[in-house]
Design a protein around this ligand. Sequence first.
Ligand code: UDP
Ligand code: MN
Length: 249
Amino acid sequence: SLPTVFMITPTYARLAQKADLTRLCQTLMHVRNLHWIIVEDSDSKTPLVTRFLKRCRVKSSQLNHTTPAKSLPPKGSHNRTKNRGARQRNVALDWLRETYKPGDVTGVVYFGDDDNTYDIQLFEEMRYTNKVSIWPVGFAGGLKAEGPICENGKVISWHVAWSPGRKFPIDMAGFAVNLDIILTNNNARFDPFGEVGYLEPEFLSNLTTVEELEAKADNCTKVYVWHTQTRKPRVHNEGKVPTSIETKK
Ligand code: UDP
Ligand code: MN
């Protein structure tokens, strides 16, 4: 049967959260056999996300885990904000290991942030992943697209400008891992204090080698995911008018 795509999405409360999640839900609705694991960066599951998932017609599981303020790197440190989402992804990986035993289901695990843009073809590219598959990511690393250069399904070099010395110079959105690899490797996890840009390389180094990577998206020549970022909405006229439309739900 068709392998399941487990998509792990950390998310946090902010003005544009529901807009971003709505766009993502309505993309994922077009994908078969997808299980969306949403991990809220909060003390408890928020009513907004609970209600949202009830309406979103995608199979989902709602988890939560707060990034403890005390354990954030010191203010001004470079990795203070960049590694947010790391603990939440680990919670989802632990949930997978608690929920499934190797061999239970055929599947693939993907880390998809809530404000990226996804072509639904991306999910068909990753669906059949033996170990770890890889492809380019638009607008990552200060390039129109950053990613591997591939030949005959294998990675031969990298198109990368930022910190090119990294073993796997790839964005979070640029790879997927077979579910059984996650289930049989307890060290498949992210270091919340890892150096900026080294989260992905460290994660992948524990699981595979560059030689083993499976090149997708037409030998890595196509872009099916973009690292778009939602601008903070400007609501400076709020408070100047008496009535308000309910936006908390
Ligand atoms: N995120 C989170 N907690 C935070 C900040 C971000 O859970 O405090 C989530 C966010 O919703 C997204 C992912 O982590 O799914 C990456 O964050 P963001 O998109 O802000 O990072 P960037 O686009 O700058 O890499
Ligand atoms: Mn983002």
